[in-house]
Structures are given as C-alpha cells and as structure tokens.
Write a protein that binds this ligand. Structure first.
Ligand code: PMV
Length: 351
C-alpha cells in the first residue's frame, strides 16, 4: 500500500456533514458467460450490452480509488498509481474517459463540484485483466459518496456500466449476472448477485503470457464485430441458453457443466471476434498452448477450465482443492511468464 495508503486513507467531512473525500475498493471480475457487443439503436453513453453475462468477482485483484471534492479545479483531476503507489504517466485517452464518466456521476449524485481522483490497481492495467471493471466500479462508488449521494447497489451498478459494461458486475461479490434488459433507457440492464462467494469457493489462476497493453480496446473491438461479423445475430440468439446453463451449473455446484459452458462461451466469443473484418486476434502462441493443456488436465481428472477475455492471458477456473496443482502446472507451460491467483471476492465497498 505504501505511499497510497499514507496519502489517501480515511474519509473526511465538510461542515454540512457531506463526505468530501471517500475511498472505495472494488474487485475485478471474469465473465464465465461473456458479453461482447453493444445493443443496436441505443444511446452510446448508456453502454447497453447486446447480451447478458455472468461472472465471478475476484477478491485478489482490486482497485482502490479515492475521490475528493475539489471546487478549485476547472476540470476533474485523475491520477493512476502503480501497484507500489507511484504515479503512472498520464494516459490522455483514459483521462478523457474518466472525465466523461465523472460528468455522469455528478448527474446521478444530483450535481456537485469537480473531483480530484487517485486510483491504484494492485495488478497490471490494460492487459486483459479486467482493470476497467474494478476501476469504474470503484470510481462510481467513491465519486457518488464524495458528492454526498448514497446510491442503492442496483443504481450503482447501472452507473458503473456506463463506464465499462463489465464494471456493472464488479459492484457485487461472488457469482453475478448482468441482465441484458430490453428498455430503451437501460433501467432493466442491471447486475444482480446470484450466489455469495462461500456458495462455491472456486479459485482462479491467471496465466500471464505478456505484460503488453492490448492492441484494440474492447469498445472499438465490439463495434467492429457488431458491424462486420456475419455471426453476430447467432451470438445474440444463443446467449440465453448459455446463461441458463451456467446458472444451473452454479446452483448445483456441477464443475463439469460449468466448465463446458464457460469454454463454450469463451470460444464462441473469440470465434465471433475472429470473424470480424478485419478479424480480431487477441491470442498469442502461449494462449493456444494453454487451451490444449487445460483441456488435457481436465480430461485426466483435474477440475479446471479456461476462459480468455480481450487479451492473451488465460484465466483458469478450478476447484479450490486443485489450485496449487493447477498453478504448478501452469508455470511449466511454455510462454507463461507468471501466475496470479485469486479466490472469489466481495462487493464494492467504501473504506
Ligand atoms: O467491459 P468491457 O468494455 O471492458 O468489456 C468486457 C468484455 C469481456 O471482458 C471480453 C467479456 C466480459 O463479459 O467481461
């Protein structure tokens, strides 16, 4: 935590009793049933997904964000810290995105001054490790609280969704589903918790295959896919069945069924990405090697399965009893640089 904790821990209050500075923590999540593509014909700032999704929240990958009222500023100030608490060079695209999001935060909070925001991830940013999910969930919570608003979790989730679709899910802990919804204004596109972390304490071991940032971000990638893939309609149509299969497998704690639908959804999404024009290839050689390895281990009786997002890292979901073995096996696969392990985590909260 180092300098971050020393500089920013603790909330403070102005004379009216309104919080002026709040620190919030949210965890990353990974989708077992994936979302890819926005809903056609809806307002871009609502960021409405074309399909629902289902995820697990990862307690071991966190963003900690402090938002403080700064009436002296002409524009919101945003600074990212690295895992050691040292400031990272500003990324103008990210600063623009955060400022646009903070305008929405002020709208939902009923107005308020500019904010000074400091955010720190305890894991690498932008390499397919869902940093936008935990980042926008933590920012939605810290920002609204600093402005004196206490939104119910459903509203917080819908606000976080406007920053990044997957962030809607990081507002909750354990197993989480984001409903697609049908309303034009998006009010029914909200995440909800399906089961607490202790319902089924799965573990996730991330095999890091590169430390590079991804070439094409999810927003641009989704747009290209929805506009050009001949398979996009089939992806949307097949989604409810995948969500139902995952819900059932989770309720029954049936690992084989969960593995089947998790890998199906992941490979369908990447098939869709490959069919865009030009095709989106997020994998590297180690990603492919890992797919084959994980399948062979499961066939040999190790309860593990893979999932991959818009990047080359492979996230291996497994029963807790085999997590050590899975981690040891992953480090032996050629091209794996290191692993990050996590259990399931709790909802976003202010600290
Ligand atoms: O929330 P975004 O815009 O970062 O998109 C997330 C897309 C995937 O990670 C590939 C899938 C998902 O449902 O999280």
């Amino acid at each position: 935590m180092g300098s971050f904790a020393t500089r920013f821990a603790g909330d403070s209050c102005c004379a009216r009793g309104t919080p002026v500075k709040t620190t919030a923590i949210a965890h990353a999540n990974i989708a077992l049933v994936k979302y890819w593509g926005k809903r056609a014909g809806t307002a871009p700032e609502l960021n409405l997904p074309a399909v629902g999704s289902l995820s697990i929240t990862l307690g071991g990958l966190s963003t900690e964000t402090t938002a403080e009222l700064a009436p002296d500023l002409a524009e919101d100030d945003f600074c990212m810290l690295d895992a050691a608490g040292e400031p990272l060079p500003p990324d103008p695209r990210m600063v623009r995105r955060v400022r646009a999001f903070l305008d929405l935060v002020r709208d939902r909070a009923g107005g308020g001054s500019r904010l000074r925001v400091v955010s720190r991830n305890d894991f690498p940013t932008g390499a397919g490790l869902a940093s936008s999910a935990s980042g926008f969930a933590a920012l939605a919570l810290a920002g609204t609280r600093a402005l004196g608003a206490d939104l119910p979790p459903g509203e917080l989730s819908s606000l976080a969704r406007c920053g990044s679709g997957s962030a809607a899910r990081s507002v909750f802990g354990g197993f989480v589903e984001l409903e697609r919804g049908t309303a034009e204004d998006g009010h029914d596109c909200v995440a909800r918790p399906l089961a607490a972390p202790d319902h089924w304490p799965l573990r996730v071991v991330v095999a890091v295959t590169t430390e590079q940032h991804k070439a094409i971000g999810s927003t641009a990638g989704m747009q290209r896919t929805a506009e050009t893939s001949p398979f996009f309609a089939a992806w949307v149509e097949s989604h409810p069945a995948d969500l139902a299969a995952a819900r059932d497998a989770i309720a029954a704690r049936d690992f084989d069924r969960l593995a089947a639908v998790t890998e199906l959804s992941c490979l369908s999404m990447h098939g869709l990405m490959l069919s865009a024009r030009p095709g989106l290839v997020y994998w590297n050689a180690a990603t492919v090697e890992l797919i084959h390895s994980v399948r062979a281990w499961r066939a040999a009786g190790v309860p593990c399965c893979f999932t991959i997002d818009a990047g080359p890292q492979v996230k291996v979901v497994c029963e807790a009893s085999v997590a050590d073995e899975v981690r040891a096996r992953l480090t032996e696969v050629p091209g794996v640089l290191r692993t990050i392990e996590s259990g399931l985590g709790q909802e976003a909260r202010s600290v």
